[in-house]
Design a protein around this ligand. Structure first.
Ligand code: ADP
Length: 218
């Protein structure tokens, strides 16, 4: 029996040294995790692409991921299609699974720009846990401030240009209701952590981009 015990001890030692190496490597790497926050139509997608390009971070848009699944008619896509088209939120369980697998694919990234995630307190807490396991954290939350009239105008314009099925007037109202009920409360969550900053989100795309870049504490 003695050899079994030794073997186990060795395996345990190898495992713990590998885990600590992983944690040390990850903590040495100064991964920057930025959440771009705001209601539907605030311009998160447009600005997230520009920020990711400038800082060489990975842009994760949960809306884009889900739309791609719907477009390809995958089992996941079929499952979420009606929920999205009604302007409701897809379940936390699904989103968290998607996020974990996307995150694993990019474990060596220099940073992430999260766009459209987290949208609920549960998602925010899961994101914190996921990053904490790798010795990382959300570094900053930048909120794009746009008033509601302007949001509806923008979303209706996008409906004309891109034909998104979740951009009809009825569905837009629903998405804003979901935002106020589930997502807006996250402002307080991040304010309490001292990482929440508001940025004026009306004006030229490049001007807003400049304001965002100035606000990033890298
Ligand atoms: P917008 O940029 O206009 O806010 P998105 O493209 O981010 O919208 O998302 C489109 C839809 O995808 C949402 O209305 C919702 O149904 C679903 N969705 C995207 N991200 C999430 C999330 N984190 N949690 C739940 N549902 C989500």
């Amino acid at each position: 029996m003695a050899w079994i015990t030794t073997d186990r001890a060795e395996i345990f030692l190898i495992f713990t040294s590998w885990m600590s190496k992983l944690i040390i490597t990850n903590s040495k790497r100064n991964m920057f995790n930025l959440i771009l926050f705001g209601p539907p139509g605030a311009g998160k997608g447009t600005q997230a692409v520009k920020i990711a390009e400038k800082f060489n971070w990975v842009h994760i848009s949960t809306g884009d991921i889900l739309r791609a699944e719907v477009g390809q008619g995958t089992p996941l896509g079929i499952q979420v299609k009606t929920v999205m088209e009604a302007g409701h939120l897809v379940s936390d369980e699904l989103l968290i699974e998607i996020m974990k697998s996307v995150f694993l694919k990019h474990e060596h990234a220099e940073g992430f720009v999260f766009d459209g995630f987290p949208r609920t307190l549960n998602q925010a807490q899961e994101l914190d846990k996921m990053l904490c396991r790798l010795n990382h954290s959300v570094k900053q939350v930048l909120s794009l401030e746009v008033d509601e009239d302007e949001l509806v105008k923008r979303l209706l314009k996008r409906a004309m240009e891109q034909g998104r099925t979740d951009d009809t007037e009825e569905v837009i109202k629903n998405r804003l209701v979901q935002y106020h009920a589930h997502t807006k409360p996250l402002q307080q969550y991040y304010r309490e952590k001292g990482i929440y900053t508001e940025v004026h989100g009306v004006g030229g795309i490049n001007d807003i981009f400049e304001s965002l870049c100035k606000a990033i504490k890298k």
